[in-house]
Write a protein that binds this ligand. Structure first.
Ligand code: S3P
Length: 184
């Protein structure tokens, strides 16, 4: 049943995936999975240490395995890590079994949102603002390729949650229309 399809929030660091994902799971009474937290629990250490001790390729392998595992489950709300778009297999798996929504925000707002944190190893090399602009620029085509997008710039969590819920019911409608067309 399409009601049980996972809902997956994707997007650059600081676009609100965890905050919105948790609120969404609450509202829909679904289990919430924060991929970064899950990977940290799996590795038994925080993400900066995974990057420092095992390297980014190992982190991406762990992330890839977790996507494959989560895609075999259903009825979840998943907040993905910002780099999940780097491997097209991840997007393929998530889209095959769930509804993928990309959260967006303008660079200045992302910089503001992540300025106080130091748990993102990719932003700890040199000037944070410059790193964000560079990474965003490199990844833009990957985020743009996701059909469902919600812009979070200048919006409070409650408003973003409303937009995400509207996006989901809209896609459910489209999904059931498609199923109806197959049946006809
Ligand atoms: C990353 C984003 C982070 C985390 C890791 C790498 C990325 O997740 O997975 O630091 O490559 O964009 P958040 O988007 O939840 O910060």
């Amino acid at each position: 049943m399409h009601h049980n399809r996972n809902i997956i929030l994707i997007g650059f660091m600081g676009t609100g995936k965890t905050t919105i994902g948790r609120a969404l799971a609450d509202q829909l009474k679904r289990d919430f999975v924060d991929m970064d937290a899950e990977l940290e629990a799996c590795a038994g250490k925080p993400i900066p240490r995974i990057f420092a001790e095992d390297g980014e390729p190992e982190f991406r392998r762990m992330e890839r395995n977790l996507v494959a595992e989560l895609s075999r489950r259903s009825n979840l709300v998943i907040a993905a890590g910002g780099g999940v778009v780097l491997d097209p297999d991840n997007i393929r798996d998530f889209s095959a079994t769930g509804h993928v929504i990309c959260l967006k925000a303008l660079p200045d707002e992302i910089i503001r949102r992540v300025s106080g944190s130091s748990h993102r190893p990719l932003l700890e090399q040199g000037d944070k603002g410059a790193r964000i602009r560079k990474l965003l620029c490199q990844r833009q085509p990957l985020y743009d390729a996701i059909p469902c997008k919600v812009d979070t710039t200048g919006k409070a969590p409650a408003e973003i949650l409303g937009l995400v819920l509207a996006n989901i019911s809209n896609s459910k409608l489209q999904f059931s229309n498609k199923q109806d067309n197959y049946r006809k």
